[in-house]
Ligand binder design. Structure first.
Ligand SMILES: Nc1ncnc2c1ncn2[C@@H]1O[C@H](COP(=O)(O)OP(=O)(O)OP(=O)(O)O)[C@@H](O)[C@H]1O
Length: 300
């Protein structure tokens, strides 16, 4: 039985449907991607998973059981709206959160020191939150979500505000947590992060589920409409090939958008008849392409 199961879960705010019959399960050792444009229903879904709001209909089960306050200890949450107190010391603040989730003060202090060492910021222990940069406050918020070693972790825009080095650090940490068997619900507008981390995804659009399944199979179900071409000399006439939508020269290659699969072979023919071809690749769509195709143009 999977640790997190949602069946036909719906939530209304007055006349407004925020989430409409959402259905998914997350396995242990899995990072599940919850995606959607602004206002699609992601936060509402996460708040229901956390037991902060109750669904109007449908069921949510945590390790096979309905909600109880005991579950709070099982769950860790990194909210999109960060909630640290600026004037309070990191150690007081994080150990307080940990104690709320059932940890002893001593164990929380020990764990906090270990996390700060891991994130290479041991001296933050005695600092006030307001003394830290935004990105470093984010690391502390992350530690506050995981310090009590939760089994189910809900991460909403976990890497926002972080520089590329810190993004890698936190990404690796999330992968380590996955490898340790945690069940992770991951929401982000950064499709490249979702692509790197998630095995299965669900895309919401105006409260409805519009795409769900493994990232691999979703990608295979979309046409390949991008060709990368690198040649000795510039190839003439690519934009006149039937089925070509656009030709864009990048620094190291040319990217050609097509809407007919046959156009790819015509591109190769044209290129090899004119010059040496170093690279010709028909790319599968990126998650970004898929997202824009699925919800683009008509979100809130
Ligand atoms: N407390 C509330 N009262 C009334 N309407 C709400 C409330 N919370 C959310 N909504 C509405 O429910 C819908 C879903 O909102 P939700 O915050 O879940 O979206 P989201 O996918 O998390 O968006 P974002 O990417 O912008 O964070 C929106 O139309 C929103 O206006």
């Amino acid at each position: 039985m999977n640790p997190l199961q949602l069946q036909e879960v719906s939530k209304q705010y007055g006349e407004k449907t925020a989430v409409n019959r959402i259905d998914f399960e997350v396995k242990p050792g899995e990072i599940f991607g919850l995606l959607g444009a602004n206002g699609a229903g992601k936060t509402t879904t996460m708040r229901m998973v956390l037991g902060l709001i109750m669904p109007d209909s449908g069921t949510i089960r945590w390790k096979g059981k309905p909600y109880s306050t005991e579950l709070r200890r099982l769950m860790g949450y990194l909210p999109e709206e960060r909630g640290l107190y600026p004037k309070v010391k990191v150690s007081d603040q994080v150990t307080y959160f940990a104690e709320l989730r059932g940890m002893s003060r001593k164990a929380a202090e020990k764990s906090l020191r270990e996390w700060l060492d891991r994130f290479e910021v041991p001296d933050y222990y005695d600092k006030k939150v307001e003394e830290l940069s935004k990105g470093n406050q984010q690391k502390i918020q992350f530690i506050a979500a995981v310090i009590h070693d939760p089994e189910i972790l809900i991460l909403d825009e976990a890497f926002s505000g972080l520089d590329p080095v810190n993004v890698e650090l936190l990404k690796k940490t999330v992968l380590d947590l996955r490898n340790a068997g945690k069940t992770i619900l991951f929401s982000s507008h950064r499709m490249d992060h979702v692509e790197e981390l998630c095995e299965n995804i669900c895309i919401l659009h105006r409260s409805d589920t519009v795409l769900k399944g493994s990232l691999k199979s979703i990608k295979r179900s979309f046409p390949r409409e991008r060709v990368l071409l690198d040649t000795e000399r510039e190839v003439q006439g690519l934009d006149r090939i039937d089925g070509v939508t656009s030709v864009q020269k990048r620094e190291a290659w040319t990217e050609i958008r097509i809407f007919k699969p046959e156009a790819a072979q015509e591109i190769l023919k044209a290129a090899s008849s004119q010059t040496d071809v170093y690279r010709f690749q028909i790319m599968e769509p990126t998650l970004n392409d898929i997202f824009i195709k699925t919800v683009g143009g008509s979100h809130e």
